[in-house]
Design a protein around this ligand. Structure first.
Ligand code: ADP
Ligand code: ZN
Length: 733
């Protein structure tokens, strides 16, 4: 038995309360197994005729006939869950109104938690070279080298490398790939906290010293690291990581997008001499299992991951960094609805860790928390080295009307031409995937929509298909209008990146054009190669969606054209201004990162709009203050409490009926003086055939909404086919 002196211990036969991953909403009593067990131990228990996984959550409650209480089958050979994790799961569950069993499912997403060791054959590099190197073989070897000693199953290797299984088999036969015993105890390479980093500038050194102090204090505290793009935020927070590692504590860095991890792993390797553990959906089962176990045994020093890595069983967590903390993808929009940024702060406050929230354009929430003194704020105002911030210029599309079917104004085109002459790069940004957002029939006016969603089908011409961006459904582009059956009359309306690329090919015939869009279904490795080759100058014009807004450095890029700055400003969403501001500033920040000065050109129909003005002038503090004042006046987050209750079901009338019934019978909410709005169609009114209706609940900042929401929810007995989901702090309101 390992020693866990701070854990309680239950003798064999003693009553224990077990939380299982089954949707039961209560703890179950069992007898501790022969040999006893620790609080937090992962166990197998009988449930009816089945065996299920659970965690020893505390002492048994008793009150049952002791003869009927069954025994725990066995303890799983992983370190027990720590009390701080129990607390974290309970708090997130309370906050998001998620049953504890569902929270446990999040925390035990370790694949094969109960597999005996050595069940699956795994392969790594042996000491033989292949008799002949082929591109396919090189890919397989590249995958293994990229993952620094990790081993994979044959299937994983052929998937990751994108080669047939015969390539992998061939390498095995030659002894280039050899079989290994078990992946379980293969440790990660050691990260050396004292490995020499880059020499920091005065400003960077000042801020990183302050962050190191915070980490050194070994108490909870959140810092907002606000630095313009290219100021070296990553370099600076890696110093905080170094401090944490030097203390022998574990660190976690959250990134908003898997596509960013590969580049980030390289930087960690530069800084600490080795690559860290990775945890996200792009990582194989073998590797996830190893990560979960190594984190739990305290052997993974640093994890780079997606939001779900907050539920990894850290033994000794000292620091969480949330990079690009404003990024919307931190908000889970499926299953358990939580914002990973907020949950990182909660996680850290429970275990006495530091948090660093890094961004060039912080969320209004974090900005306001810093202003209120809850977070400490550190600014990096200058770009590193000779790089200057880009100049921002508006192109007024009212003065320069675009002919139909064109989206690049002549002014912008002139700028692109001048970059082509100087052998510099231009980026044309349009946040719309596909060829055209709308396909309309010129005979009858019908617009092709998704059969199951309240959304239009978007043409993806490279693939020759229509795609629904809500549910992912695709169908071939039809010859005839599905409504009037007339052939040859379907027309694309509006631009997507593919169509923009078409225009660019026509107008800049001698330029090399690259399209970067998140639907290109590239693996992280391919994407990295693509980005690298672009950064090295293998394209003159880059056309991209928001994928290009984040974190990539293109040293030759000096011109950014924002094709439609007004795109995000329509609609009544109170967060629209904030989002548009963040996105366009981020994209503009891609320009002029090396010794060449950059300019961003903003095509807009409303140059005097406050958001566009703030983007042009860069008066961020003023902009945020104005935004904050507006939200404060409206009493919405972060100055008030809010929840969205979404009811969904196949029958719209029924969904509406239940929603109206809920509003009429909202006693628990009336008691706390919450305001109720709706029901109204949800922002996306139909998805996958289910109609969605939303009720918004609003209350003062000082009110705790959850217990009232829970009581209200519990008092409603909805029909079977109707689902109710509660979203605390909804993204749109
Ligand atoms: P940010 O995260 O603020 O956008 P980065 O940390 O990515 O900035 O830094 C931008 C670029 O400048 C990177 O290529 C980084 O390696 C480089 N850089 C930043 N600070 C330094 C430094 N002190 N010494 C050398 N290179 C630096
Ligand atoms: Zn759909």
């Amino acid at each position: 038995m390992p020693e866990y002196t701070d854990q309680s211990y239950f003798e064999a036969g003693q009553l224990v309360a077990v939380l299982t991953t089954q949707p039961l909403d209560r703890l179950l009593d069992y007898k501790a197994p022969a040999g006893g067990c620790f609080l937090g131990a992962y166990v197998e228990v009988p449930l009816g005729p089945r065996k299920v996984i659970g965690v020893i959550w505390g002492a048994g409650q008793g009150g049952y006939d002791p003869k009927k209480v069954r025994s725990v089958i066995g303890v799983i050979d992983v370190p027990p869950m720590r009390e701080e994790m129990q607390k974290f799961l309970a708090r997130v569950g309370d906050y998001t109104l998620t049953p504890l069993s569902a929270m446990l499912r999040l925390a035990t997403r370790a694949p094969g938690l109960t597999d005996p060791p050595g069940m699956r054959k795994i392969y790594g590099l042996g000491d033989k070279e292949p008799d002949r190197m082929t591109p396919a073989r090189e890919k397989v070897i590249g995958v293994l080298e990229d993952h620094g000693g990790v081993r994979f199953t044959a299937g994983e290797l052929s998937t990751l490398a994108g080669v047939t299984s015969s390539v992998v088999k061939g390498l095995m036969k030659q002894g280039v790939l050899v079989e290994y015993e078990t992946p379980r105890d293969l440790p990660y390479p050691h990260l050396d906290a004292h490995h020499a980093g880059k020499e920091l500038t005065g400003d960077q050194a000042r801020v990183s010293a302050l962050l190191r102090d915070k980490v050194g204090s070994k108490t909870y505290g959140t810092s907002l690291l606000k630095g313009v793009t290219g100021s070296g935020k990553t370099e600076v927070y890696l110093e905080a990581v170094a401090e944490c590692l030097a203390q022998g504590r574990q660190a976690l860095v959250l990134l908003p997008e898997i596509a960013l991890t590969v580049e980030f792993l390289d930087r960690v390797e530069q800084r600490f001499g080795a690559r860290p553990a990775e945890w996200h959906s792009g990582v194989t089962v073998t590797e996830r299992r190893r990560c979960w176990r190594m984190v739990g045994e305290g052997k993974a020093q640093l994890v780079v991951g997606a939001r779900s890595s907050l539920y990894l069983p850290f033994q000794n967590l000292g620091l969480i960094v949330v990079d690009e903390e404003h990024d919307q993808s931190y908000k889970q929009e499926d299953g358990v609805l939580y914002n990973a940024r907020d949950m990182a702060v909660l996680r850290a406050s429970i275990c006495g860790a530091s948090v660093v929230l890094a961004s060039a354009t912080p969320s209004l929430e974090s900005w306001a928390n810093a202003r209120a003194g809850k977070y400490e704020r550190f600014d990096l105002a200058q770009r590193f080295g000779a790089a200057e911030l880009p100049e921002m210029k508006a192109i007024d599309l009212r003065k320069e009307e675009l002919p139909s079917g064109r989206w690049i104004s002549d002014s912008l085109a002139r700028e692109v031409f001048s970059r082509l002459e100087r052998k510099e790069q231009s980026l044309l940004f349009l946040n719309r995937r596909g060829y055209a957002p709308v396909t309309v029939c010129r005979a009858c006016g019908h617009q092709i929509g998704c059969d199951d969603c309240d959304a239009r089908m978007v043409e993806h011409r490279f693939q020759g298909r229509l795609m629904c961006h809500q549910c992912g459904e695709t169908k071939p582009m039809p010859e005839a209008c599905p409504s009037c059956q007339v052939e040859g009359k379907l027309a694309a309306v509006g631009p997507g990146v593919e169509r923009l690329a078409e225009e660019a090919v026509e107008r800049f015939p001698d330029a090399r054009i690259a399209v970067l869009s998140s639907d290109m279904s590239m693996t992280a490795r391919n994407l990295k190669e693509r980005i690298k080759s672009i950064a090295e100058g293998e394209a003159d014009i880059i056309i991209g969606t928001q994928l290009v807004a984040k974190g990539h450095n293109f040293p030759l890029l000096t011109c950014v054209g924002v094709i439609d700055a007004d795109l995000g400003l329509q609609g009544s969403d109170l967060r629209a201004a904030e989002r548009t501001f963040q996105l366009i500033r981020q994209v503009a920040g891609r320009a002029g990162r090396a010794d060449k000065k950059g300019t961003a050109y903003i095509q807009t129909l409303q140059p005097e709009h406050p958001v566009i003005q703030a983007i042009l002038t860069g008066d961020e503090e003023e902009f945020w203050a104005a935004e904050a004042a507006q939200r404060e006046q409206a009493g919405v987050p972060p100055f008030g409490r809010m929840a969205g209750i979404v009811l969904s079901g196949p029958d719209l009338a029924q969904v509406f009926d239940v929603a109206q019934y809920m509003v009429r019978n909202a006693e628990p909410l009336r008691r706390i003086n919450a305001e109720i709005f709706g029901p109204a169609p949800a922002p996306i009114a139909r998805v996958r055939g289910r109609h969605r209706v939303r009720i918004l609940v609003k209350a003062d900042k000082g009110t705790v909404l959850q217990p009232a929401l829970a009581a209200w929810h519990a008092s409603i007995k909805p029909p079977n086919n109707l689902r109710i989901s509660i979203d605390i702090d909804p993204q749109t309101f």
